[in-house]
Design a protein around this ligand. Structure first.
Ligand SMILES: Nc1ncnc2c1ncn2[C@@H]1O[C@H](COP(=O)(O)OP(=O)(O)OP(=O)(O)O)[C@@H](O)[C@H]1O
Ligand SMILES: [Mg+2]
Length: 281
């Protein structure tokens, strides 16, 4: 469960990235988050991962009140989440199997469990034949399926995907969303940020549009793959999503967002022992 109550984020320098946002995503929901560049989508994702804190308001994720969460509890909290990123973030020197097993190893899962669980999630994403391949031997869609398997292996309550189809062929994007939908059918909550309007139109579902740091649209719509499409509403949502905001630079293109993210995922997976040992304050 994700809940934002009157959440605002003001970055140093005075940018109001989120402005009094309230939002609730229930367990089992599948939600698309859309919005133009600079609208505040990644800021929201960073809040949910507790990479940044809200300037005001309350953020609750999977029962953790993030403004009250102690630093040493962050790894425990993050283990209730799975992340999927635009650039896959697989470890090149590890096979598909190892990339996924790695998550469980650092959590000290029993070997017996790892040997059952890893092949299971690999088969869920349809990559059994690639178990012993390295990332550079895989297509973009396959890499992203590995990343999804990795996000799943720890059986998280919530999977957060920030532009998971951003680096793969459009036709494979559908496959990736189908896969996430399938995972959602098994009960995992999914929050997916995307720029791909065709995808959102096709699948429908809950669509949350963030514009200028505010939620301007939050509705459940029927996808074009089903029978009825509320054309007008959806067109409006898409139009809002596409509206450019020339006053701001593309924030993530600067690399500002990218590096900490990678470190953070790896840290969430690997730093458990250090943090539990009190290495951090
Ligand atoms: N670390 C930061 N310091 C100052 N301002 C920031 C910082 N990160 C983001 N911003 C600003 O906050 C606003 C929201 O940025 P955010 O990254 O959340 O946008 P976004 O919706 O993810 O955009 P995109 O679709 O381009 O990824 C933008 O105006 C951006 O310039
Ligand atoms: Mg972003």
């Amino acid at each position: 469960m994700v809940e934002l109550q009157n959440v605002s984020v003001t970055y140093s320098g005075g940018v109001d990235a989120l402005n009094n946002v309230s939002l609730k995503i229930n367990d089992g929901d599948f939600a698309f988050v859309v919005g133009s560049s600079g609208a505040g989508k990644s800021t929201m994702i960073k809040l949910l991962l507790k990479e940044i804190d809200a300037t005001s308001g309350v953020v609750t994720v999977n029962g953790y009140n993030l403004s009250k969460l102690k630093k040493r509890k962050i790894p425990e909290f993050r283990r209730t989440l799975g992340f999927v990123f635009q650039d896959f973030r697989l470890i090149p020197s590890m096979t598909v199997y190892e990339n996924i097993a790695f998550v469980l190893r650092v959590l000290d899962a029993p070997l017996k469990y790892i040997r059952k669980r890893v092949p299971y999630v690999i088969s869920l994403v349809g990559l059994h034949a690639k178990t012993n391949s390295y990332p550079d031997e895989l297509s973009g869609g396959e890499k992203q399926r590995v990343a999804i398997a990795r996000a799943l292996v720890n059986d998280p309550q919530l999977i957060i995907a920030d532009e998971p189809t951003g680096n793969i062929d459009p036709e494979l994007s559908y496959e990736i969303v189908e896969l996430l939908k399938g995972i959602n059918d098994q009960g995992t909550t999914i929050l997916m940020v995307t720029h791909e309007h065709d995808l959102v139109r096709h699948f429908g579902g809950r669509i949350i549009n963030i514009t200028n740091g505010e939620i301007v649209y939050d509705e459940i719509v029927t996808g074009t793959n089903a029978e009825v499409l509320p054309e007008v509403e959806l067109a409006q949502a898409m139009e809002n999503a596409a509206r450019p905001r020339p006053e701001y630079a593309m924030p993530d293109e600067t690399g500002e967002g990218a590096a900490p993210y990678v470190d953070d995922v790896i840290a969430a997976i690997t730093s458990t022992a250090a943090e539990q040992g009190g290495a951090e304050e």
